[in-house]
Design a protein around this ligand. Sequence first.
Ligand SMILES: Nc1ncnc2c1ncn2[C@@H]1O[C@H](COP(=O)(O)OP(=O)(O)OP(=O)(O)O)[C@@H](O)[C@H]1O
Length: 300
Amino acid sequence: MPDTPALDVAGLTVRYGGTLAVDALDLRIPAGQTVALLGSNGAGKSSVVNAALGLFRPAAGQVRLLGRAPADAVRAGGVGAMLQHGGLPGESRVGEVLTLVRGRYADPWPLADLLATAGIEGLLGREVDALSGGQRQRVLLALALAGAPPLLVLDEPTPAMDVEGRQAFWTTMRGLADRGHTVVFATHHLDEADAVADRVVVIDGGRVLADGSAAAVKSRIAGRTVRFRCPGPRDGLADLPGVTSVAGVGELVELATSDAEATLRALLADRDALPGLEVRGATLEQAFLHLTTAPDGAHR
Ligand SMILES: Nc1ncnc2c1ncn2[C@@H]1O[C@H](COP(=O)(O)OP(=O)(O)OP(=O)(O)O)[C@@H](O)[C@H]1O
């Protein structure tokens, strides 16, 4: 069934007592996509992920994974997950846990390739309790991949990793996407979403605020950034045409503007030069802040 979505959520509603965490959310992810779920703390990302995996029964809505009920898809080995509070048996060795989990699958991921893909070749003899945070994440990734699942769901997988570890991790994810796996991940790292995801879904207050390519989400704000070095006084910059905010560190000035041309014309009218001038499109971070912040500056 090539057209069956990898993940199909309709009208998903999650409540914890009086808290509405997910509000009638629809999300359909075709097979083969790499999708970032972006949102601030408490936006509802984990609730969407956990409900999609069938870890609890939502207040309302339907979830299908690979065309099946979540529990059936997970049981059939179709889904690998790395959750925020993923547990590991503390006193076991990594190799023992891996053997146990691989043994559950009729056709597990070949061991040598699995170890290389997760980057844990040297860790098989280590006790789980003796792993660093980043190593632990990598072992959890190996367990998620053990059944070579077509769908991989990752809830904030990289916070415990160093910069090198994160880069290696996302290289691995891109490799999996190239092999046709569907990867859905929740993150606060906008740079990761920008670099890795085909599609970015911004969640806020349990609803989808924006859904599209990173470029499409960025285009939701028309603004640009004008940067230059300004050793002298900065009076009046905030009043220039188009300027919506003034920021910068040391000599560097960063103007957010809704009309870069008018801003530049006004800047050059009373300056001979703008050393280090750069004009850039919006970053995903700016788009994210714009989408998730109310007009009065308060978080929605
Ligand atoms: N077990 C729970 N009991 C009560 N409220 C909860 C529970 N889990 C989550 N919530 C609430 O539901 C809302 C959504 O939380 P959720 O963990 O889904 O957000 P998130 O986007 O994953 O946040 P974070 O980025 O901080 O992990 C928040 O208001 C949170 O406080």
